[in-house]
Write a protein that binds this ligand. Structure first.
Ligand SMILES: Cc1cc2nc3c(=O)[nH]c(=O)nc-3n(C[C@H](O)[C@H](O)[C@H](O)COP(=O)(O)OP(=O)(O)OC[C@H]3O[C@@H](n4cnc5c(N)ncnc54)[C@H](O)[C@@H]3O)c2cc1C
Length: 598
């Protein structure tokens, strides 16, 4: 059976020591989560994740969700009670503004705890996760009346939310969507159409489900310019605002799928259901992006979370399983064989996962802090810089962390040999669960296109130039420091590769857009390596400073950081060269064959 320990010490190191969490105490909500309160919240979140969410992870995988004949859906045993504990603990509204019933604490804290929860039980955490995306859209685009009507119960967790974008013929290309909205003349609309793959579309965990649905108002333009976003509750509200009559929305079936069995993935049928426009007519895409951006960071976090729990279990197994002898002589002479952790190839896997997880955590938390600055700072220039960072990093966090999350789930499974392939050890669940994160919220190929096609050129390349400048200045500032050389030299080489790739795109992508498309996935991963490498540079610098000024009994922790960071620079960072070499070959060969030749 898999086990899980929330990496609280590591989170605190990143937040307090590397990112200087206390520097942000002037932002709204941060003073209510001072470092000691932060530590207490993380400890509480860890307990809930380890003791309540995690024990249900296998249960959810094995039982799955069941659609009953009346269209209701029963979630796995224990899910509702665990969700009740989550909402009663106030976790749902942790970062929601106080005026809407939340606690107004930093989104950064929400993200830190979110990693523990998703690692412990990804499928269960999708119910509150989708609700948070829906709440974000209502918060930003809803009228005051809509906020007052829908948010308090969602913040409480009494009602949950969903995102309804996908239709059978329309996934990535939302301009094709057909769901229809007809005005009733009283401000409401009748929504008709079919949505598929809707996570948490129907279940038994809340009193009402607030669907956010993309549809086209009768007579609206074709394509993405004609789509609008609607609030469609499962139960209409009565005069006192409580769930009353059933709305004409129902779950037609649930999908049999590869993983996240504990989450109900529904076909949703809308048959003239009552809905309310949110934001402007034909402005659905903008409102949808608010949901998607929030959700994309959440999905990136899922990639990291599964990589972390898979890694932890691989470490435990590698220390316990004895097979063969160390190449340099027995390490456990009292036993018939050595534990497999002595073998370099097992170490390669464990170190690769460890080095990625720790940098990935730092990247997520750095981005989360930027989200808080972008939303809460009173300084316009600071807000803009943080918003630039968020826009640039969102596809990187989503695309890179989920591609690697799956790769590492497989790597951790490999540490178990054949025992990883059978269900008993739970490793195959991590592989199956991690796989979806590469697909939903925009498949990773589309994240790469978003980075290359939209984010790079935005505002004359302002965001990417700021990132290059920051990483370049870090390398320069530490150039004379011999101890930092193993980190800064590799990082500078990676940055040079990234800048060369960016220049190649500027010169070749405009003239032939297929060049940009052909380069995009390599570019996204090259970008991710430099971002993760920068995180290692900063973590190494912090660890060295701590060791130099007295480590307070934590010398082992900092020494381990330095070794792990060196591994990343020696063994992972060099991949930037391969990405650059690949993408600079352009699209000619890739696109040369006619479709019939395949
Ligand atoms: C378990 C699960 C849960 C989901 N939950 C939700 C949910 O809650 N709400 C919701 O609305 N949807 C949900 N989805 C749908 C999901 O977001 C879509 O599956 C995803 O966006 C991709 O759409 P598609 O499956 O139609 O693939 P397609 O759009 O058909 O894409 C197929 C492939 O082509 C690539 N591709 C498409 N267009 C381009 C292009 N222009 N350039 C380059 N490559 C391209 C894609 O990257 C992909 O690899 C869920 C899906 C699953 C499986």
């Amino acid at each position: 059976m898999p086990t899980f320990r929330a990496p609280v010490q590591d989170t605190l190191f990143v937040l307090n020591d590397v990112l200087g969490y206390e520097r942000y105490s002037n932002l709204a909500g941060f003073s209510d989560a001072s470092p000691d309160v932060l530590e207490a919240i993380l400890a509480e979140g860890a307990k809930l994740a380890e003791n309540v969410m995690h024990p249900l992870n296998r249960v959810g995988d094995m039982e799955g969700c069941v659609r009953n004949d009346d269209g209701s859906v029963t979630t796995p045993k224990g899910f509702k009670e665990a969700f009740d504990q989550y909402r009663e603990g106030g976790w749902m509204g942790l970062a929601v503004p106080v005026e809407h019933g939340g606690q107004g604490l930093p989104y950064t804290v929400h993200s830190a705890v979110g990693e523990y929860m998703s690692a412990a039980n990804m499928a269960l955490m999708m119910y509150p996760g989708l609700t948070q995306g829906a709440m974000a859209a209502i918060l930003v685009h809803g009228s005051d009346e809509q906020k007052a009507t829908w948010l308090p119960k969602m913040v409480e967790g009494a009602w949950t939310g969903t995102m309804n974008l996908t239709e059978p013929h329309c996934g990535t290309d939302l301009g094709l969507l057909r769901s229809k909205a007809v005005p009733n003349g009283d401000g409401s609309y009748r929504i008709s159409g079919q949505k598929i793959f809707i996570s948490a579309g129907e279940h038994d965990m809340s009193d009402n489900i607030i669907h956010l649905v993309l549809a086209r108002i009768e007579g609206a333009p074709e394509g993405v310019k004609g789509i609008s976003l609607f609030i469609v509750p499962k139960f209409k509200l009565d005069a006192s605002g409580n769930p009353g009559a059933r709305n004409a929305v129902s779950c037609g079936s649930i999908e049999e799928k590869m993983g996240i069995h504990g989450n109900s993935t529904c076909v949703m049928n809308y048959d003239e259901a009552e809905g309310f426009l949110i934001g402007e007519a034909n402005g659905g895409l903008k409102a949808m992006f608010t949901m998607m951006n929030e959700a994309r960071l959440g999905v990136g976090l899922q990639g990291l979370a599964v990589s972390e729990i898979a890694y932890q279990n691989a470490v435990a197994y590698a220390k316990d399983r004895i097979q063969g002898r160390s190449l340099t002589g027995p390490k456990a002479p009292d036993k018939k064989a050595d534990p497999i952790i002595v073998h370099p190839d097992i170490r390669r896997k464990l170190m690769t996962m460890k080095a990625f997880n720790e940098a990935g955590r730092a990247l997520v938390l750095w981005t989360a802090i930027n989200s808080d600055v972008a939303h809460r700072s009173e300084d316009g220039a600071e807000r803009q810089a943080a918003d630039d960072h968020m826009g640039l990093m969102t596809p990187v966090v989503k695309g890179v962390l989920t591609d690697k999350g799956f790769e590492h789930a497989v790597m951790a499974q490999q540490v178990f040999g054949g025992h990883g392939y059978i269900e008993e050890h739970g490793m195959s669940q991590f592989v199956r669960d991690a796989r979806i994160a590469m697909i939903y919220e925009g498949a990773n190929g589309v994240q790469a296109l978003d980075l290359v096609g939209r984010k790079l050129g935005l505002n004359g390349g302002r965001a990417v130039q700021a990132f290059f400048k920051e990483v370049g200045e870090f390398c320069e500032a530490n150039r004379g420091d011999e101890q930092m050389a193993p980190y800064t030299k590799a990082l500078k080489k990676g940055l040079n590769d990234l800048q060369a790739a960016t220049m190649w795109l500027v010169q070749n992508g405009m003239a032939n857009p297929d060049n940009a498309g052909a380069a995009s996935t390599d570019y996204m991963h090259l970008f991710g390596l430099v971002a993760l490498g920068y995180m290692w540079g900063r973590m190494a610098k912090t660890a060295q400073d701590k060791l130099a000024t007295g480590a307070n009994g934590s010398a082992d922790f900092y020494e381990t950081k330095l070794v792990t960071g060196r591994y990343f620079m020696e063994r992972v960072m060099p991949e930037t060269s391969a990405h650059l070499a690949r993408l600079s070959t352009g699209s000619a060969t890739m696109m040369a064959l006619a479709a019939e030749a395949f």
